[in-house]
Design a protein around this ligand. Sequence first.
Ligand code: HMG
Ligand code: MG
Length: 305
Amino acid sequence: MKHLNLPARVKLVEVGPRDGLQNEKQMVPASVKIELVHRLQAAGLKEIEVTSFVSPKWVPQMADNAEVMAGINRLAGVRYSVLTPNLQGFDAALLTHPNEIVVFGSASEAFSQKNINCSMAESIERFAPVVAAARAAGIYVRGAMSCTVGCPYEGEVSPDRVSYLAGLMKGIGVQHVGVADTIGVGTPLKVQRAMEATLKHFDINEVSGHFHDTYGQALVNTLICLQMGIWQFDASVAGLGGCPYAKGATGNVATEDVVYLLHGMGIDTGIDLDKLIDAGQFISDFLGRPTNARAGKALFNKRNS
Ligand code: HMG
Ligand code: MG
């Protein structure tokens, strides 16, 4: 029944605690973030992006990064990652023992300036010592590549820019890259082209998709990646998310919806969808608004009817 070209198993990286919450105006206490991580790992998520070590002036919601990392009861077999834009962030992150760090660059110059206050070239200069220090410490290094199909300031972004950034990331020793549609404008063929540009520099096992769902395209963009053999994706419980420097962009694709899609196609994720829906309900209740997960909402309503 399973389509021959689709992967048999998919790894989902849960970015809700980081990407999902970073843009929330109301401060979410560390205890709630920790509880969310606990619920996500109980649901079977094996990789969780917990927080970011960025300037608290730029992103106040992530100022409790060390407290959150320290409060998690870590489960064997679960990997905990954090964002580190520079050595200052990396040094602080190192004390909290992440399994993986994420440097984050942009395929568009304007977004690089707005998000991390430097050019693409300068960002790579900043990342290089971070990557070297992380690898020397035995910490896996992922690179997030923003605006790989569209930029809120520059409009459409060409695959050449994506290939250029991927090559720079590879050149400084980044081990895996996430191809991000930061503002969710991509459609399948554009996303495929961004992926192909990335695959010029990284193996298929070193590439993941990170799709915001602003225009409702994230699931079809995921599907075309699956058909290309890509088997790693970021997703955010309850569809939370958005970047403070990408105005108008809404949340990431909801983890519940991706799990529903994958399980419906016979693809294994190791995730218990019922428990995941509970985790989504927990954070939605705290935030005081309904979940953005479509399958999550439907299954929750069905369960309670
Ligand atoms: P800067 O102002 O250029 O840095 O910021 P600076 O080195 O000139 O330092 C200025 C001040 O920031 C100093 O403090 C530093 O100590 C402090 P002051 O002396 O003024 O009191 N500082 C820091 N504090 C804590 N941790 C640090 C740190 N670095 C400097 N690591 C910086 C540069 C990158 C820090 C800043 O621009 C920043 O924090 N930006 C936040 C970017 C961010 O978090 N964006 C959201 C995450 S990315 C994303 O969501 C996209 C993604 O999901 C993929 C996608 O969807 O596209 C990954
Ligand atoms: Mg994002």
